[in-house]
Design a protein around this ligand. Structure first.
Ligand SMILES: Nc1nc2c(ncn2[C@@H]2O[C@H](COP(=O)(O)OP(=O)(O)OP(=O)(O)O)[C@@H](O)[C@H]2O)c(=O)[nH]1
Ligand SMILES: [Mg+2]
Length: 297
């Protein structure tokens, strides 16, 4: 029997949802950061087995905010929960359940869909803490399975989670060709890699007001190299100066780190050119939010 289905990964920010997607797919398609709210748009990853195909959707962390940009981000969670077969609800050592997450748990229940609870980061938790978090979640929803794990330390995390999901999926068709691992465009993933380096190297609030857009991407056959020009969009002149850094040191480092990952992703040599552009108040303007969050290149 061939099994297939759509699996939505949801949870509070920073619990490890994107780490899980990358682990399951075996390639880095979603960005990961120690800072919360790294994911801004849902990212789909497709896993093919001999007798199954699973389409995962990694969603942004569930949080509330009256900011325009955050409202646009949160919409992606609702979208992911519109049509799915199994929900993977993820939590970590904080074990937080707030009204926002509760609303999504309620939605899963209403739709009568199966859910799995993953308690991640047990490397940071005592047995008592794990039990406490488990209790809190069981009170709020029914879970077909509960997995305690550490995605970065447990050697069997992937296998355990995958087996649990497979046991809940039903017979179904192959939706995508075997060689497709994501429905995201190469340009989107490359822009995200650059944004990840900014998130992980620029302090404070600035990454939350920064977007990355690929302006040009060409393969130069004669040299066997990709030429990529990307714009880093910031809200203020001061942000531009901080990202560029003293003598351009910081942007140079962002570019070097991003290039290494992009070369691995494209399996080719890459020449990366980064430009910082100021778009005053872009996080408050609907049209620009749309353009920069889900850019249709
Ligand atoms: N200690 C520990 N850290 C982990 C584990 N799994 C993931 N992390 C770290 O947790 C941080 C957040 O991981 P992400 O995968 O970006 O989390 P996320 O849920 O996608 O976050 P948002 O996109 O902001 O909602 C990163 O620094 C990860 O390296 C784990 O098992 N143990
Ligand atoms: Mg994420």
């Amino acid at each position: 029997m061939f099994k297939s289905g759509f699996v939505a990964i949801i949870g509070k920010p920073n619990v490890g949802k994107s780490t899980l997607l990358n682990l399951l797919i075996g390639e880095k398609i979603a960005i990961v950061s120690h800072k919360p709210q790294a994911t801004r748009k849902s990212v789909k990853g497709i896993l093919n087995g001999e007798d199954y195909q699973i389409i995962f959707t990694d969603t942004p962390g569930a949080h509330e905010s009256n900011k325009k940009l955050n409202a646009a981000i949160i919409k992606f969670i609702d979208e992911a929960l519109e049509d799915f077969d199994v929900a993977v609800v993820m939590t970590d050592n904080n074990g937080e359940i707030d009204e926002v997450l509760e609303k999504y748990l309620e939605k899963i229940k209403q739709k009568n869909k199966k859910a799995i609870l993953i308690i991640n980061k047990i490397d940071l938790m005592s047995k008592e803490e794990i039990e406490e978090v488990k209790k809190r979640f069981i009170e709020k929803a029914d879970f077909a399975d509960i997995i305690e794990t550490s995605l970065i330390q447990s050697y069997d995390a992937k296998e355990k989670i995958l087996n649990s999901i497979l046991s809940l999926l039903e017979e179904g068709p192959k939706y995508y060709e075997d060689d497709i691992i994501s429905t995201e465009t190469e340009r989107f993933i490359i822009a995200e890699i650059i944004r990840e380096k900014i998130m992980n190297s620029v302090g404070k609030e600035i990454p939350y007001h920064t977007a990355v857009v690929i302006d040009e991407m060409k393969y130069r056959e004669e040299k066997g190299i990709y030429y990529i020009k990307a714009n880093i969009i910031v809200e203020r002149k001061t942000h531009k100066m901080i990202i560029i850094g003293k003598n351009g040191q910081l942007i140079k480092k962002i570019g070097q780190d991003a290039r290494i990952d992009i070369e691995q992703f494209l399996d080719s040599k890459v020449f990366l050119e980064l430009w910082v552009k100021v778009k005053e108040g872009w996080t408050k303007k609907e049209a620009m939010i749309k353009e920069y969050l889900d850019p249709r290149f």
